[in-house]
Structure formats: structure tokens, C-alpha cells
Ligand binder design. Structure first.
Ligand SMILES: NC(=O)c1ccc[n+]([C@@H]2O[C@H](COP(=O)([O-])OP(=O)(O)OC[C@H]3O[C@@H](n4cnc5c(N)ncnc54)[C@H](OP(=O)(O)O)[C@@H]3O)[C@@H](O)[C@H]2O)c1
Length: 234
């Protein structure tokens, strides 16, 4: 992996991913909304930023170029099919064989075999319709975006984040193919480690065309049910 493009680089997850990529010596480009470029000032000329919406195919194509990997923060904001537009733009721009890693939450299910707590079901059932009615988010669009990803023949990985918190890195999260696995029960990942997993997935062929659900490696459920290095079994 030499060149990596981060779509949504100015958010919290995007900035952590940029730092992890730079730490690994990758060349980093990224796309973020024009108003957010200044959030990236601390990176200076160590990254190349292309201002624009992440569903703007022209901007995304210029930023992705011949990148070996693309890390995409998939967000459901607004009512304009932003998430599915972003996924389409990334798939159209990436060179054949590029590793495409996308972020989302546990609420996305690839095969319907995830087992959810009443709390998560209630959050999605309440937040989804209210957010759509108020016009600030469309969870159904994030579902459409991930359906496009699942149906594609690209080298994708969809990383499904648990509840997030800030804090120092604890190391690579543990993961499972389905929510409901006991290893995930604690439902808490540091955002910096979510980013670590996204970046590590670039070089983990065993995660191609899989949708790992992640959880912090130091959480009680990970310590009770974890089995050593989290990515070694991919
Ligand atoms: N938050 C959670 O508890 C949680 C839990 C599980 C999984 N996740 C997943 O983690 C990923 C990152 O989420 P995060 O909550 O940590 O946020 P984040 O990293 O801070 O990123 C939010 C992104 O959304 C963009 N954004 C914000 N408002 C927008 C708008 N109105 N229109 C277009 N773009 C907008 C931001 O761009 P600007 O910098 O330009 O504002 C930024 O790129 C997402 O894929 C999310 O589904 C989050």
C-alpha cells in the first residue's frame, strides 16, 4: 500500500485515519467539504486535500487518482442520497483492484443474521424516522449505499463500528462477522482504534468482501472472549 485516499478526511474518524496512514509512510490525499479544509491545518503539506462534497464524482476522481486504497467515511447526512452518492463516486473512481474500506455502524446488516439489543433497535426505530422527517439524516440511504457495496465485485470491506468514545489508543479492536457475538457485547470502541482497524484492513486480504463488526480490544467482553491478535484470523 503506497497511496491512500480518504473520503471524508476532515471528520474525527477521517483525521485519525490520516494520522495512521502518515505513520505508515503512505502518501495521503483526501476529500472534505470546502468549509472544513481548515480543520486539517495541522497536517500541513503532508496531505493533499481536494475540497468538495464526497458525492461529487469529479472531485472524488481527482482525489482518488491511482490510489491503492480508499478509506470512505459513509455518513447518512441530509436528504440528497449523500451516502449512496458517495459510494457510487468511490466505486466509479477507484482503479481495478484497489482496496475499498467503508465505515458505518452496527445497524447495517449484510445478511440479516445480526442479533441486536433492544436498545440499538429502539435507537434506529426512533432516530431514523425523526431524522428523516427533520431532514438532517437518512438512515435508509446508508442502507442503499451499503447494498451497492455488497453487490459490487470490488475488493471492499465494510467496517461496522460499535458505540464510540474518545481516548488514547488501546490497540486494534476485536471483530466478528455478526453483531450478537459475545465478543462484541461491551459495545464500545475508541474512535482512534476504529480508524486503526480501517487502515489495517487495507492490508488484510482475509477481510475482502466481509463486513466485520468491531469492539474495543480492552473491553470486558473482548477480554473474556477474545482469542489473541484480532486480524490474524481474517
Ligand atoms: N458516532 C457514532 O457513535 C458512531 C457509531 C458507530 C459507527 N459510526 C460510524 O463512524 C463513521 C464516522 O462517524 P463519526 O460520528 O465518528 O463522525 P466523524 O468522524 O466526525 O465524521 C462525520 C463526517 O460527516 C461529515 N458531515 C457532517 N455533517 C455533514 C453534512 N450535513 N453533510 C455532509 N457531510 C457532513 C463530516 O464532514 P465535515 O468535517 O465537513 O463536517 C465528516 O466527514 C460513520 O461512518 C458512522 O456511521 C459512528
Amino acid at each position: 500500500m503506497k497511496k491512500v485516499c480518504i473520503i471524508g478526511i476532515s471528520g474525527k474518524l477521517g483525521q485519525y485515519m490520516a494520522q495512521h496512514c502518515l505513520d505508515r509512510g503512505y502518501e495521503v490525499t483526501g476529500v472534505c467539504r470546502p468549509d472544513s479544509v481548515e480543520k486539517l491545518a495541522r497536517f500541513g503539506d503532508r496531505i493533499t486535500v481536494y475540497p468538495g462534497r464526497t458525492d461529487d464524482r469529479e472531485v472524488v476522481a481527482r482525489a482518488v487518482g491511482d490510489a491503492d486504497g480508499v478509506l470512505t467515511v459513509l455518513v447518512p447526512w441530509g436528504r440528497t442520497d449523500y451516502a449512496s452518492g458517495t459510494a457510487r463516486a468511490v466505486m466509479a473512481a477507484a482503479k481495478p483492484g484497489a482496496r475499498l474500506i467503508y465505515s458505518c455502524g452496527w445497524h447495517i446488516s449484510r445478511d440479516g443474521k445480526d442479533v441486536y439489543s433492544w436498545k440499538l433497535k429502539a435507537i434506529v426505530a426512533l432516530f431514523g424516522p425523526i431524522a428523516r422527517w427533520m431532514g438532517f439524516a437518512d438512515l435508509d440511504d446508508q442502507v442503499r449505499a451499503t447494498d451497492l457495496i455488497f453487490a459490487s465485485d470490488t475488493d471492499w470491506t465494510l467496517v461496522r463500528g460499535s458505540s464510540l468514545e474518545e481516548g488514547e489508543s488501546e490497540g486494534l479492536p476485536v471483530w466478528a462477522d455478526h453483531v450478537g457475538d459475545p465478543i462484541l457485547a461491551s459495545d464500545k470502541t475508541r474512535r482512534v482504534d476504529f480508524a486503526l482497524f480501517m487502515v489495517a484492513a487495507l492490508d488484510t486480504p482475509g477481510l475482502i468482501q466481509r463486513a466485520p463488526a468491531i469492539n474495543g480490544c480492552k473491553t470486558p467482553s473482548a477480554l473474556e472472549h477474545g482469542h489473541g491478535a484480532s486480524l490474524a484470523r481474517a
